[in-house]
Write a protein that binds this ligand. Structure first.
Ligand code: G3I
Length: 345
């Protein structure tokens, strides 16, 4: 049996995986227990899953992941309290049934803002109180900066400005365990102008006393992009602000951008591509290891190549509507890939 990845990096950082509850059982469950020391929900802790209707909280699926983490003594990341996607519409509809985003009257706008911040507080308070003893790292806000370097024009932003960010962090800090770490999470954090925008935002929020402990770098990356130099520079930039870094959603797509989806099945993927990916993983884990003082967790956005959101993406962009990606270190049958040997070396 393959040596556990978590043991290889025990002295450096936790090794995590994102999961759907059905993956906690059977062969996938065994791989999880053997190789990973940290876990995060791929979908079931997002606002639409936990509070689909106002006041109706649904913790059933989320609880399964929390229980698995407890039973197996794993770190738990919570993803995510605030996002512009997978958030139910009711958050942004006022008591008369109108969209708050479209409101033009300044007096009503102010009322809407207060209402939305109250709803946000209640959402966060309910979740954090339930899981405070279990969660080690909270993704408090996700993807609040746009690729063009502006703050993302989400309903949250249109209705409250940046107050939703402040309220979110302050509410988590108020109810969470004092050792729990609070993260701002995003993708393409290594790429300008987004990187600079995120840096400036975090710096301003910190100066404003907003309790941020770390930056989550999603790391949905490609074989040759972004460069490891850019990544290293990024982690060090945020560390200089006194923040922790976590790699929160790592996957290495075998495609460039846009993904061609040229491989329709895993079997069609060439050894050459898998070796390129293995080399990339080697560079990445070397980079993480030499920055272990400023990186506390490296989480993959899945377990094995049988289940990845990148298949949907590759299919969407592919000419024939079918595309298979293979971003992890385990193949679709849960066997180790060349990338596994490189990160264990
Ligand atoms: O649950 C429904 C199911 O009832 C329905 O039949 C089915 C039909 O399409 O959809 C199911 O919901 C899907 C959901 O995943 C659960 O499987 C959604 O369509 C699908 O869009 C959703 O995709 C997730 C995506 O976030 C949503 O934007 C991916 O699984 C998940 O990997 C992805 O994760 C995000 C991170 O949260 C943030 N960073 C980027 C990352 C990748 O996009």
């Amino acid at each position: 049996e393959a040596d556990p990845i978590k043991d290889r990096y025990e002295d450096s950082f936790d090794i995590g995986a994102a999961v759907e509850p059905y993956q906690l059982e059977g062969e996938q469950g065994e791989i999880l227990k053997r190789h990973y020391s940290s876990i995060v929900a791929e979908n079931v802790m997002k606002p639409i899953s936990i509070q689909p209707e106002e006041g109706k909280f649904n913790f059933e699926e989320a609880d399964k992941i929390v229980q698995f983490a407890k039973d197996n003594d794993m770190e738990l990341r919570f993803h995510t309290l605030v996002w512009h996607s997978q958030v139910p519409d009711w958050f942004f509809i006022d008591k008369k049934g109108n969209s708050m985003v479209d409101e033009t009257d300044p007096k009503q706008q102010e009322k809407n803002k207060q209402l939305l911040l109250k709803r946000l507080e209640k959402h966060i308070k309910t979740i954090v109180k339930r899981y405070k003893d279990d969660v080690d790292s909270w993704d408090v806000v996700n993807e609040v900066v746009d690729d063009n370097g502006n703050l993302r024009e989400s309903p949250w932003y249109k209705i409250t400005g940046t107050d939703y960010i402040k309220t979110a962090f302050e509410t988590v800090r108020k109810y969470a365990d004092e050792d729990a770490k609070l993260f701002i999470n995003d993708y393409n954090t290594e790429v300008d102008p987004k990187r600079t925008a995120l840096y400036e935002l975090v710096k301003d929020l910190l100066e404003d006393g907003v309790p941020i402990d770390g930056v989550g770098h999603q790391s949905h990356i490609q074989l040759g992009w972004p460069s490891t130099d850019a990544m290293e520079e990024t982690y060090q930039m945020f560390a200089e602000l006194g923040l922790e870094n976590q790699i929160t959603e790592l996957d290495v797509s075998i495609y460039g951008w846009p993904p061609s989806g040229e491989f329709n099945t895993y079997e069609e993927i060439t050894d050459d591509v898998l070796q390129q990916q293995a080399d990339r993983y080697n560079d990445l884990f070397k980079l993480y290891e030499r920055n272990q003082d400023i990186i506390s967790n490296v989480t993959f956005w899945g377990i094995a190549d049988d289940h990845t959101w990148l298949d949907d993406r590759a299919s969407q962009y592919s000419n024939d509507g079918i595309g298979k990606d293979a971003p992890f270190v385990f193949d679709p049958d849960y066997n180790v890939k060349p990338a596994y040997w490189e990160i264990m070396d």
